[in-house]
Design a protein around this ligand. Structure first.
Ligand code: NAP
Length: 458
């Protein structure tokens, strides 16, 4: 029987309910094929990094979930929240129920610095901190020692900027956001005064984007400080800035120059944006006490300059450090994995016939939310091009899948269930003047649904 017809609709499972998963569903629904899309997600709640990654003080970015809700309202879409692939059900088992699988599981781990002392207490990944303040259940019990006066962030991407902003803002600036309550309470006691954001290359190479850089100059209780010395560029950097694809770097330079000219204005906290330093060692007796930085020089042609150590070292005392040097994808049993790139190896989103991939686990951890749309569309194109080669699954029945999950005591959370959790979070938020007060424990999310059987159609 031909797949993708009313007689035998194509059955696609999407694994991961972040932006790339929803854009893949959208692309499938826009095709002319008869099909169903079942989206699996480890947490009982959807939206991936839009919920757990986007900074709470960037509410407008989160409005994109309205687009995802519309996609989810398609009658051919079903959400299977609270289902962990590889634990509740394996990839091989999923293949029995679906004709094609699209992995959109993101990049759940981090790149490492590979320096001595990296794992000392007090040294964390930025992703842990971000997931903690955003109320991700797996991170909500982490502890960050905010009694320290100095915090260092290694890396200068937008994640580093987010972390700097959260550390630099007052509770008054944060309390009306959807920041998790436990994080707001902890940040209210913060003693941090000096925050260093350290980049291994120069201001012309900073990875953050101008909109985010601009916000550094608008902090209520922190002065963003940039050294004029760092802003003096060599000839190669000047040439680099003239390259056609360096528009955001040129804008960054203007903003950073403004910050260097403004200098300190006596605010309670200082955010030092520093360039040309790499951490070479983290030191401390049992816990982090100082970071050893080495001054770098750049070499190479314009647009491809690399940093290397000059031998000049500097010790920066600090008790709290965040490594923000990029995310990394993790393996999933039953799916080919490229260990050093941290992606599922693929050709335009195709891993092999029947297995596809989109988003960060396809192309690596880069780009903004919108970047995932063309990425997912490309993947769906590859999938649909394979339609005639797909063998068709053995058991095209959702009930059989549900029975299997039920036999394993998995409480499947449907999209209607999520709507209940969503409404409860929004109601809790209204009581305290926040757009939502997130549930940060899976048990609390499921408790909202007590007595409500999962409304999944078969
Ligand atoms: P990123 O943009 O790739 O930045 C990584 C940073 O780490 C760069 O400054 C990089 O420096 C540095 N780095 C890498 N390896 C290093 C090492 N060994 N030692 C020192 N520094 C090192 O990654 P990200 O900040 O994790 O962000 C991921 C993606 O999400 C980005 O595309 C970002 O724009 C996006 N995002 C967007 C927003 C937003 O739109 N508001 C918010 C958060 C994240 P080099 O440049 O020298 O490699």
């Amino acid at each position: 029987m031909t797949l993708g017809t009313p007689e035998r609709p194509l059955r696609v499972a999407i694994i991961g309910a972040g932006p790339s998963g929803f854009y893949a569903a959208e692309a499938l629904f826009k095709s002319e094929k008869a099909l169903t899309v079942d989206m699996f997600e480890k947490l009982p709640v959807p939206f991936g990094l839009v919920r757990s990654g986007v900074a709470p003080d960037h509410p407008k970015i989160k409005n994109v979930t309205k687009v995802y809700e519309k996609i989810a309202s398609n009658p051919a879409f079903q959400f299977f929240g609270n289902v962990t692939i590889g634990k509740d059900i394996s990839v091989d088992e999923l293949k029995q129920f679906y004709d094609a699988l699209i992995f959109t599981s993101g990049a759940a781990s981090d790149r490492r610095l590979g320096i001595p002392g990296e794992d000392l207490a007090g040294s964390h990944t930025a992703t842990e901190f971000v997931a903690w303040y955003n109320g991700h259940p797996e991170y909500r019990d982490r502890h960050f020692d905010l009694s320290q006066e100095t915090a260092v962030i290694i890396g200068q991407g937008n994640v580093a900027i987010d972390v700097c902003r959260i550390l630099s803002k007052s509770v008054d600036e944060l309390k009306q956001t959807d920041i998790a309550k436990h994080a707001l309470d902890a940040l209210a006691e913060s003693k941090i005064k000096d925050i260093y954001m350290i980049g291994r290359r120069g201001p012309a190479q900073a990875a953050f984007t101008p909109q985010e850089a601009k916000e550094l100059g608008e902090l209520e209780i922190a002065d963003a400080m940039v050294s004029s010395r760092d802003m003096q560029l060599g000839a190669i950097c000047e040439a680099e800035l003239l390259l056609a694809d360096k528009g955001h770097n040129r804008k960054n330079m203007e903003i950073l120059k403004g910050l260097a000219e403004k200098g300190a204005t006596g605010k309670a906290r200082r955010l030092h944006v520093e360039f040309f330093y790499s951490p070479v060692e983290l030191r401390g007796e049992g816990r982090l006490q100082e970071v050893v930085l080495e001054r770098n020089a750049l070499s190479g042609e314009a647009g491809k300059q690399k940093a290397s150590g000059t031998g000049e070292k500097r010790i920066l005392p600090c008790g709290l450090l965040f490594r923000s040097v990029g995310y990394k994808g993790t393996a999933m049993p039953g799916v080919p994995f490229h260990e050093s790139w941290g992606v599922f190896p693929n050709e335009k989103g195709k891993i092999e016939t029947g297995l596809y991939v989109a988003g960060w686990i396809k192309r690596g951890p880069s780009g903004v939310i919108g970047t995932n749309k063309p990425c997912s569309y490309e993947t769906v194109e590859a999938l649909l091009a394979d339609l005639d080669q797909l063998p068709g699954c053995e058991q095209p029945f959702t009930q059989a899948l549900l029975d299997l999950l039920k036999s394993r005591q998995t409480r499947v959370v449907s999209f209607d269930d999520w709507r209940q959790i969503d409404a409860a979070e929004v109601a809790r938020g209204q009581e305290v003047g926040k757009p939502r007060e997130k549930f940060t424990r899976v048990a609390d999310m499921l408790a909202v649904l007590e007595g409500t059987p999962a409304a999944v159609s078969v």
